[in-house]
Design a protein around this ligand. Structure first.
Ligand SMILES: NC(=O)c1ccc[n+]([C@@H]2O[C@H](COP(=O)([O-])OP(=O)(O)OC[C@H]3O[C@@H](n4cnc5c(N)ncnc54)[C@H](OP(=O)(O)O)[C@@H]3O)[C@@H](O)[C@H]2O)c1
Length: 324
């Protein structure tokens, strides 16, 4: 496999830094790696179309504005763009790919690859094997999302709040989160629309439907920020199309790519931080159900499988198939 030059826009952010690390760890055959951000500093260039133009592959891990400004022009010039922002995720004819779930949505003609919402990626990696053995009728999910999901500023705000509380100092007013996050739980991620659902809740619903290939799936999310540094957790209630059993679901999860199934016990965000797999535990049947209602717990590092690792896996898929 020949090497390919890649640019990372947002290389100073938490996802951009993780993309750099994951490329190295997975020994992806990359040549020159250009690091870009909003302004130039040591080893980092200011982002511009001219500066990005020489790179055949450009990762975006910055803002929706930057993706909207540069990605279409780069694609027009023949580059492959792998974009962690929400900008193009729901565009028709644009694949939204989890390589373990829907790799066949990628064709040679595609050049633009949005990476889905981190919570939706973790959810769909856990649910895809269940969809395959028993179908999916409804999904209800409550999330426990880490501070770094709101970028470096979110992580810093949590750490500053924790420090102030530990030292008995005045806590700075919350800026990134709607309420102080330290020693707290905040049931709002993104702004609420007229229906009362938040932006994050809508993304989870719409993107999960697209990735699972189930456009009519009944799916409702309550997304909540918790004072965890990294890794999102999710409690998922779901109804299958066909009656099945915990044993059948466990067997499907055990053989599913990208999943670590914990038949016994629990798994927590601190344990999975820094790992690339989605961990599933506590699969159980609803006691008053008819063999088609279940509950599970899943956890994944949202900076890695929910963003950087999934982005790098898309590049690996394209390299393997000779599409770049
Ligand atoms: N954090 C997560 O868990 C997560 C998960 C999935 C998806 N995402 C998505 O990934 C993207 C990056 O998120 P993040 O959490 O890594 O954010 P972050 O830590 O705040 O980093 C943002 C990066 O974007 C750069 N940037 C800002 N404005 C720019 C511009 N106009 N042109 C070029 N670069 C610009 C920043 O550069 P400066 O240092 O110069 O400001 C920084 O490198 C976002 O679209 C986010 O929604 C994040």
């Amino acid at each position: 496999m020949s090497s390919v030059d890649v640019a990372i826009v947002g290389a100073t952010g938490v996802v951009g830094e993780t993309i750099l690390r994951v490329l190295e760890e997975r020994r992806v055959p990359v040549g020159r790696v250009g690091r870009f951000a909003s302004r130039a500093r040591d080893g980092v260039e200011a982002t511009s179309l001219d500066a990005l133009a020489p790179y055949p592959v450009v990762f975006f891990a910055s803002t929706e504005d930057a993706s909207a400004e540069y990605a279409p022009a780069l694609v027009e010039r023949g580059a492959v763009v792998i974009d962690n922002s929400a900008t193009f995720r729901m565009a028709p004819h644009v694949p939204l790919v989890i390589p373990e779930v829907n790799p066949d949505d990628v064709t040679r003609a595609h050049r633009l690859f949005p990476v889905a919402n981190c919570t939706a990626i973790i959810l769909c990696t856990a649910l895809a094997p269940i969809r395959d053995v028993a179908g999916l009728r409804t999904v209800r999910v409550a999330t426990y999302q880490a501070a770094s999901g709101a970028g470096r500023a979110g992580l810093d705000e949590l750490l500053a709040g924790e420090r102030a509380l530990a030292l008995g100092e005045d806590e700075a007013p919350a800026q990134v989160f709607p309420r102080p996050l330290a020693r707290n739980v905040v049931p709002q991620i993104g702004s609420f629309d007229a229906s009362g659902f938040s932006g994050e809740e809508r993304k989870v619903r719409e993107e999960a439907r697209k990735m699972l290939g189930l456009p009519e799936l009944r799916l409702s999310a309550t997304t909540v920020r918790v004072p965890v540094r990294t890794a999102h957790s999710e409690a998922v209630w779901f109804a299958t199309e066909r009656a099945t059993s915990v044993d059948a679901l466990a067997a499907a999860l055990e053989r599913a790519p990208g999943v670590v199934f914990h038949r016994d016990g629990i798994v927590t965000p601190r344990e999975v931080e820094g790992t690339d797999l989605v961990h599933v535990a506590r699969v159980r049947a609803e006691e008053d159900g008819a063999g088609d209602e279940f509950v599970l717990w899943c956890v994944g590092d949202q900076l890695r499988k929910g963003a950087a690792t999934n982005a790098v896996q898309i590049l690996e898929l394209l390299l393997e198939r000779g599409y770049v």
